[in-house]
Design a protein around this ligand. Structure first.
Ligand SMILES: [Zn+2]
Length: 364
């Protein structure tokens, strides 16, 4: 099947992260099985959530992992000029949700399969769910696959316009609770205003973010070489005539490789302690793969530069399975998550060739 057609099929599954991936998972599994892969469907937490692990070639030989996430971000509220869940070709671009992030790469991988030589080393394809909501699928995979011998090199085909990234910050989500005491608004002295507490907590968070900004690391690789913090959401109060008794703040920060999210979260907790209690909700680990891995050498002829990605990937979790990941793929992150997301047609075709050649060189 031509790669554009495969991409169309993938895009037509509206695998937004709050929906099941059973449909797209079944389709990918079928395509892999048709090419002689052993396919494991591993249930992940949530209705209709699963990860796929598809392998071919002698098990236990240190070949290559190729990984992509099956889920996409929502389209609601975005000014799409085409149906986001159909592929539309326009001016050398293939438009549709996920064409860049990252169904284009998955389509290219599927198209490469029939072209592969006999494998002397194992090729493992890992397709995850819930990447866009905090790499939850790959996190579950770490538990399910721990102890199993898997290849130590991994290619994650996120859209990098064929740049090779070996590092990215992680992401941690926190929730802060401010608790007060309700009262009638005519007698505010009898209450304790939770929103006022939240305001003080946010001041303290800004001071902490400023302190983090001064602790520079990886200045050669990152545009923002420090822990970035974002106060993302606030919710509190119930009515105009009631002193609010509760207020919640959602906050995210991006730890750099080697940093401990739990202790950073403890810093947040200490900073807001007079006004709020803090809970670390979710951690997406950072990625740091050492330079000069065999995969980096194999990718070098196709690579349009290197460095670090600003966004998180499944690579941080997969590192816990002993995989040294590189992020490299067709399309640009600048168009991902937006209306009229696209992958250039020529990059999609090129990706088929690159995947074929990379696998042949590592596993053939
Ligand atoms: Zn992605």
């Amino acid at each position: 099947m031509p790669v554009v057609e495969t991409l169309s099929r993938l895009v037509e599954f509206p695998s937004v992260s709050d929906r099941p991936v059973t449909g797209i998972g079944a389709y990918i599994a079928e395509r892999c099985e048709a090419e002689g892969f052993r396919v494991e469907r591993l249930d992940a937490p949530g209705e209709g959530k699963l990860n796929l692990v598809c392998s071919r070639g002698p098990a236990g030989t240190d070949g290559l992992v190729i990984s992509g996430h099956m889920d996409v971000v929502p389209v609601e509220g975005q000014p799409w000029s085409v149906d986001p869940f159909r592929v539309t070709e326009r001016g050398g671009r293939l438009l549709g949700r996920g064409t860049a992030d990252m169904k284009g790469f998955i389509a290219a991988t599927i198209e490469a399969l029939p072209r592969l030589p006999r494998l002397e080393r194992e090729l493992v394809l890992v397709f995850t769910c819930d990447e866009e909501v905090g790499c939850l699928g790959s996190r579950d995979l770490v538990t399910k696959l721990s102890g199993r011998p898997l290849p130590s090199l991994c290619l994650i085909g996120e859209p990098t316009s064929f740049k090779t990234f070996r590092m990215h910050p992680g992401h941690a989500a926190m929730r802060l609770w401010c608790t007060g005491r309700a009262a009638h608004s005519s007698k505010p002295d009898l209450g304790d205003n939770a929103i006022s507490k939240a305001a003080r907590a946010i001041d303290a968070l800004e001071a902490l973010a400023e302190r983090w900004r001064r602790e520079v690391r990886f200045a050669d690789m990152l545009e923002r070489p420090f822990v970035v913090m974002n106060v993302a959401r606030i919710e509190g109060g119930s009515a105009i005539n009631i002193v609010p008794d509760r207020c919640a703040i959602d906050l995210g920060f991006r730890a750099l490789p080697g940093m401990d999210e739990v202790s950073l979260a403890a810093e947040v907790g200490a900073a807001v302690a007079p006004w709020a209690t803090a809970e670390l909700v979710r951690v997406t680990p950072a990625l740091l793969t050492e330079p000069g891995t065999p995969l980096e050498q194999i990718l070098a002829p196709y690579s349009r530069g290197g460095g670090a990605a600003a966004f998180a990937t499944d690579g941080g979790n997969l590192a816990k399975l002993g995989m040294r990941s590189l992020v490299f793929g067709p399309g640009s992150i600048d168009v991902a998550h937006k209306a009229d997301e696209f992958v250039p047609v020529d990059e999609l075709h090129r990706a088929v060739d690159i995947v074929t050649e990379v696998v042949a060189r590592r596993c053939g």
